[in-house]
Design a protein around this ligand. Structure first.
Ligand SMILES: [Zn+2]
Ligand SMILES: [Zn+2]
Length: 254
């Protein structure tokens, strides 16, 4: 199985995961045209996508989902809560497939395991995707680390995890007070420290790749994340990448 982050951040999220015969997009938070453009950069034809897996209703995760689904005739999997809360964007249509947290389903030979995460959305989920005994986790948009998040992280060979903000930068940054409260709150976004704590506690022996994702433009600095990761992973065989909002990332073998 391979995985490539087409882009990640509050301006749009979309990740490609595929085996030899099946492919999914996790979230479709760019316009359909932008997703097509980034797939081209990843040398992957949009015709080969079999499904979209939606995490939650925030526009940076669903912006291009309806159009992409219709244009390429592929289903969008999402919780009922997400559909209702999308206020029309993904509420109706024969391309929707409702899922429940902790209930597995398959897209071709990809086994998908959705699980709940704490975030200020109606019924948000993150995903484990398995193929041939290898497991990728795509987990962004969570306010804090739960027992469940730790359990899932332990199972993954590739962990794509949110490293949204530096706590100090958020404190002194440009956001109004209510937004600082929201982002840093229990249902907001994961801080760099919380992300590293998770990896320290739950990075399993099988972990080979970490992708730091959903970095805030205003309250974080990729160099800071890189520095911490360099120190953390020095001497280990784990490879890491910092996902970009603007450009398509590397293609990783999971
Ligand atoms: Zn988001
Ligand atoms: Zn969100």
């Amino acid at each position: 199985m391979k995985l490539c982050v087409l882009g990640s951040g509050s301006g749009g999220n979309c990740t490609l995961a595929y085996s030899d015969s099946s492919a999914v997009l996790v979230d479709a938070g760019f316009s359909c045209r932008e997703i097509e453009k980034r797939l081209k950069t990843a040398s992957f034809s949009p015709d080969k996508i079999n499904a979209i897996l939606i995490s939650h209703e925030h526009s940076d995760h669903i912006k291009g989902a309806a159009l992409f689904s219709r244009k390429y005739g592929v289903p969008a999997y999402l919780t009922e809560g997400t559909a209702t809360a999308s206020e029309g964007a993904l509420e109706k249509g024969d391309f929707l497939r409702f899922i429940r947290p902790e209930e597995d389903f398959k897209v071709g030979d990809l086994e998908i395991h959705p699980f709940s995460v704490p975030h200020d959305a109606a019924e948000p989920v993150s995903y484990l995707i398995s193929n041939n005994g290898r497991v990728a986790m795509i987990m962004t948009d969570l306010g804090h680390v739960t027992v469940r998040a730790v359990e899932k992280t332990r199972m993954a060979n590739l962990v794509m995890v949110e490293s949204n903000h530096d706590v100090e930068l958020l404190k002194i940054g440009p956001y109004p007070f209510y937004l600082k409260q929201r982002v840093g709150g229990k249902l907001g976004h994961l801080s760099n420290d919380a992300c590293m704590d998770l990896l320290a506690n739950a990075g399993g022996a099988g972990l080979s790749t970490v992708i730091f994702a959903h970095l805030s433009r205003h309250n974080n600095n990729p160099n800071l994340v890189r520095l911490n990761a360099d120190t953390f992973f020095s001497g280990s065989k784990v490879a890491f990448e910092i996902a970009s909002q603007d450009v398509c990332g590397k293609t990783h073998e999971v």
